[in-house]
Design a binder for this molecule. Structure first.
Ligand code: IMP
Length: 422
């Protein structure tokens, strides 16, 4: 059986932990979109590790990890991450990287910062060069992983791109970047990565045809999708279901089950509308309890109650089969817990439970909520669903009723064992 694990909110739902927990038994774990803007936190033998590019299955012995063609790759970052994992005693002979994956170059990172000034709004990107790298893919200018393997070809292609963008950088009064300043580093990375670079679409279809099981690891979340998220406050890839197929070269027939990951509340990093957002002491408390600071950038995350209107939308457009509810324990101390069940338009007063991702519509959405009594019990040590406090069970039951999808797994802490199957 092949399984997709997909973030249902604005990223940071705890996908790293979920995938690490679910990866056991899968033959392959595949990343299909995004880049090192992702930060999947995993505890390996009690040691915290944040993976940005490597699939989270890397710690599961016997599993082949694949970086698909839909992922934008900074080769220097990838080599560093491989070294970090190897330092933990894991030998990485089980990684395949698509030869078609677009490269992130130093110029992209520079442009990411410059482009923030050229938009009608600030996005608050991770400044990793993700957007500009995807722009080059769509503009048919991208330099691909396979290009890196031939020194002359790589130089020629990068030079054209670099010269082109230096003109834009000059326009903004920025500092130009010379190809020569990073060429050797990239070529060195190419030597290290060469044995892993391959036609992953062919590999995946072959393995799938042989009946091998595949876990697809989503990065970011549905509401950050370039097409279906809260545009323009989104990332530049498709974390939604379609991204799996364009980002791997596998057909829809390779998808058997989709688990959506959602926190028991909501967080968002960067700018953009967030109807259920909290402020003041309640926000501070939730942020501290949930340790809500970006795994990639360290930025404090914006926090709020669970937004069921948005969650149902995410579930619907991706055909989610069940929910993996994370960080339930973070709500343990609250006297009262709320969830958003509708939006009231602040101009017209009209109420709706339909999620319209258009940012102007969301900016006008005033949250209408339902209140639940808190359970005020430590859930961190619970191993069996029957031991979950009644008030928490009622909260979970309401999520299921509202979304029409079962909560299959509940996470009550960072450890692998703090995961309860319902
Ligand atoms: P970019 O992906 O760096 O272009 O950033 C675009 C938006 O997506 C910003 O609001 C980021 O904070 C957000 N974003 C990108 N990756 C992640 C992630 O892994 N978790 C949460 N937010 C993310």
């Amino acid at each position: 059986m092949n399984l997709l694990v997909l973030g249902l909110q604005w990223g940071d739902e705890g996908k790293g932990k979920a995938i690490d927990y679910l990866a056991e038994g899968f033959d392959l774990v595949v990343r299909y979109q995004g880049g090192h803007n992702a930060g999947h936190t995993i505890y390996y033998q009690d040691q915290k590790m944040v993976l940005h590019l490597l699939p989270s299955g890397i710690f599961t012995p016997g599993t082949l990890s694949v970086i698909g063609n839909g992922v934008v790759v900074n080769p220097l970052q990838l080599v560093n991450e491989i070294k970090e994992v190897e330092a933990l005693g894991i030998h990485l002979d089980n990684l395949a990287i698509s030869h078609l994956a677009p490269l992130i170059l130093p110029i992209h990172q520079h442009l990411d910062i410059i482009f923030e000034q050229s938009r009608y709004v600030k996005i608050g990107t991770t400044r990793r060069g993700i957007g500009p790298a995807y722009e080059d893919l769509a503009g048919r200018r991208a330099v691909l992983m396979a290009d890196l393997l031939d020194k002359d070809r790589f130089y020629q292609r990068v030079k054209i791109l670099n010269d082109y963008y230096n003109k834009i950088i000059r326009l903004y009064g920025g500092e130009e970047i010379a190809v020569e300043s990073y060429l050797d580093q990239y070529l060195e990375a190419a030597v290290a990565l060469r044995p892993m670079i391959t036609n992953t679409s062919e590999l995946l279809n072959r393995y799938s045809g042989d009946g091998k099981s595949i876990l697809f690891e989503g990065a970011q979340g549905v509401l950050l999708d370039i097409n279906h998220g809260t545009y323009p406050f989104v990332t530049s890839s498709n974390p939604t279901i379609g991204g799996v197929f364009t980002g791997t070269g596998l057909s829809h027939k390779a998808m058997h089950k989709i688990i959506g990951i959602s926190k028991a509340y909501t967080t968002r990093v960067g700018e953009g509308p967030f109807p259920s957002e909290l402020s003041g002491d309640e926000a501070e408390f939730l942020r501290a309890k949930g340790n809500e600071y970006g795994a990639t950038t360290g930025r404090p995350r914006r926090v709020g109650w669970l937004d069921l209107v948005a969650l149902k939308y995410a579930i619907t457009i991706n055909g989610i089969d069940s929910i993996f509810l994370t960080k339930l324990d973070v709500l343990d101390e609250f006297e009262e817990i709320k969830a958003v069940t509708a939006y009231r338009n602040c101009d017209t007063g009209e109420e709706t439970s339909i999620f319209d991702p258009y940012c102007v519509a969301l900016e006008q959405a005033h949250p209408v909520g339902k209140s639940f009594p808190g359970w005020q019990t430590d859930t961190g040590g619970i191993q069996d669903f029957k031991d979950i406090p009644l008030a928490a069970k009622e909260y979970i039951a309401f999520i299921e009723e509202y979304t029409g999808v079962p909560v299959e797994i509940v996470s009550v802490g960072t450890g692998r064992k703090q995961t309860i199957r319902k």
